[in-house]
Design a protein. Structure first.
Length: 222
């Protein structure tokens, strides 16, 4: 049996990638740009396979399996009911839906978890050193100048946030379910017992807790 050409993903795979891209859109858009489809296909955006996927989306639009739109001057794509029916037929014929590569949201979770596992001990040690520095400043004779405390406040806050973020990524961020978009609503178990003001404060503090780019240059290498 001839093997599929990786440079020419099948129409059903492109439809499946488009459907998942729409389902995983973090702000609930019903249509997505072509680069989002490329990401769900695991394709480099300027590759031959990516160009093929774009060509096939236009062909599928002519067949009314997808619909093209525009948002802020950028072309967007969405599956139609006929396109979803085509996917369902393909799943029934093959016994399962077309097999897509790892989703972008699962890859983001996996890499954040991996990086957190590698870095958490270092962040722990750095935070410990900052706390020791605070104790030395408290015991200084003559007393430390205010500038030393202001500088330490910045460094200690950064160390605490980085340690908290890595700890969250490793221990608290649940593995995404590809049935829906994995969006951090910044709500945790037990928040319902808090008053509205405290709940708002905690949500504000949790902003960016999944963003490994805030940890330093090493995160950008993954």
């Amino acid at each position: 049996m001839p093997q599929p050409d990786p440079a020419q993903p099948a129409d059903e795979l492109i439809l499946a990638a488009l459907e998942r891209a729409v389902r995983h859109d973090p702000i609930g858009q019903r249509a997505v740009p072509v680069w989002s489809v490329h990401d769900h296909l695991g394709l480099r955006r300027r590759s031959r396979a990516a160009r093929h996927a774009g060509d096939r989306l236009r062909a599928l639009s002519a067949e009314r399996l997808v619909v093209e739109g525009s948002r802020h001057g950028v072309s967007t794509w969405a599956p139609t009911e006929a396109g979803r029916a085509r996917l369902s037929e393909a799943a029934r014929a093959g016994g399962q839906a077309p097999a897509l590569p790892e989703s972008p949201q699962h890859r983001t979770w996996r890499l954040a978890r991996l990086l957190a596992g590698q870095e958490l001990d270092r962040f722990h040690d750095e935070l410990r050193e900052q706390l020791k520095r605070a104790l030395r400043l408290l015991e200084a004779d003559p007393p430390a100048r205010s500038d030393a405390w202001l500088e330490l406040a910045e460094q200690l806050a950064r160390a605490c946030r980085r340690f908290a973020s890595a700890s969250y990524c490793l221990r608290e961020w649940a593995e995404p379910d590809d049935a829906h978009a994995d969006v951090d609503e910044r709500l945790d178990a037990g928040d319902e017992a808090l008053d509205e003001r405290e709940r708002a404060r905690r949500r504000a503090r949790r902003t960016g807790r999944r963003n490994t780019r805030l940890w330093g240059d090493l995160a950008g290498e993954l």
